[in-house]
Design a protein around this ligand. Structure first.
Ligand code: R5P
Length: 304
């Protein structure tokens, strides 16, 4: 459906007001907040910003970055179902960070493949999804994980590469594990960085072993690039090994700044200097805005 701006609006929750304003301005969409009340027992009451006739526009865009996802998934369920009854004929979810994409296979009998479950859940709620670097490892496309009519995947790798090129034009770009090879390839191609990818084996949430690839790190400004840092242990160990191999400095660039618990402390204790991230997840390390690319993607959905 092709949508005039007057027939669309961007809805958000109070904790994402700043991001919604940036996206609304970039996409030239009116921005409206969903009112959220929490009952004493923890349940939620939501109130959608309807017009004087009690209606929503035909195209509703929902902004919800899905870090700390569990309650947000319930919010999306309540919002999307209610929006349909209030006039929304097309719903686009803009989730700069998409949750539950890493659990894409049952590693043990009975283990829930969360990617499939959450993917099907969201596909049942919305018509289009726009996200950034979803962790797709064993499936090739977002639509395999989430069967929505329109699925747009953006990447933080190139804008992060632009930032790295400003800070360290001769950086040696290193990916901490095989899964990062895709982002390393994109970033390296953009600026011709020397690059290499480590091998990682995960033993537990905070327990990984890493092997460096053959590389000459001696005296180099190394930048570790990955899609996300959660506990930070992957990047911390890779940084330690690179410094032991003679790197002059190790900085870190990630699309998704999850940084759970003491992750940042672990990075700095390992000798990491700067930490840069996109603003897909709000964090003090945010250095790369994504509102522009998200708005361009959104406009293509509205025009389709
Ligand atoms: C997985 O392969 C991801 O790309 C990251 O490397 C991983 O999630 C990082 O996890 P952590 O920061 O907990 O080591």
């Amino acid at each position: 459906m092709s949508v005039a701006p007057s027939q669309a609006c961007l809805l958000h929750f109070d904790d994402e007001t700043a991001a919604a304003q940036r996206l609304g301005q970039a996409a030239q969409l009116p921005v409206k907040m969903i009112d959220r009340h929490r009952f004493p027992d923890g349940e939620l009451k939501l109130r959608l910003p309807v017009d004087g006739a009690g209606r929503l526009p035909a195209h509703v865009v929902l902004l919800r970055s899905l870090h700390d996802p569990n309650e947000k998934l319930v919010e999306l369920l309540l919002t999307a179902r209610a929006a349909r009854t209030l006039g929304a004929r097309h719903i686009t979810l803009v989730a700069p960070y998409m949750a539950y994409m890493r659990q894409d296979i049952a590693f043990a009998p009975g283990e829930v493949v969360s990617q499939q479950v959450v993917g099907a859940f969201l596909a049942g709620l919305v018509d289009a999804v726009i996200t950034v670097d979803p962790h797709l490892h064993r499936v090739a496309t977002l639509q395999e994980a989430m069967a929505v009519p329109q699925a747009i995947v953006l990447s933080g790798a190139e804008p992060l590469a632009d930032l790295i090129a400003q800070r360290h034009p001769n950086a040696l770009l290193v990916g901490p594990d095989g899964e990062s090879a895709q982002w390393i390839a994109q970033a390296a191609a953009r600026h011709g960085f020397d690059h290499a990818v480590c091998t990682k084996v995960r033993h537990g949430d905070r327990d990984v072993t890493i092997e460096l690839p053959p590389l000459h790190a001696q005296g180099r400004a190394v930048v570790l690039l990955d899609d996300m840092a959660s506990t930070g242990r992957t990047l911390a160990l890779a940084a330690q090994l690179l410094l032991q191999a003679g790197a002059a400095s190790v900085d870190v660039a990630v699309t998704h700044a999850l940084f759970a618990g003491d992750a940042l402390q672990a990075l700095h204790e390992a000798g990491v200097g700067e930490v840069w991230s996109t603003d897909c997840i709000p964090h003090p390390s945010n250095a790369v805005p994504m509102a522009g690319p998200l708005a361009t993607a959104l406009q293509s959905v509205l025009r389709a």
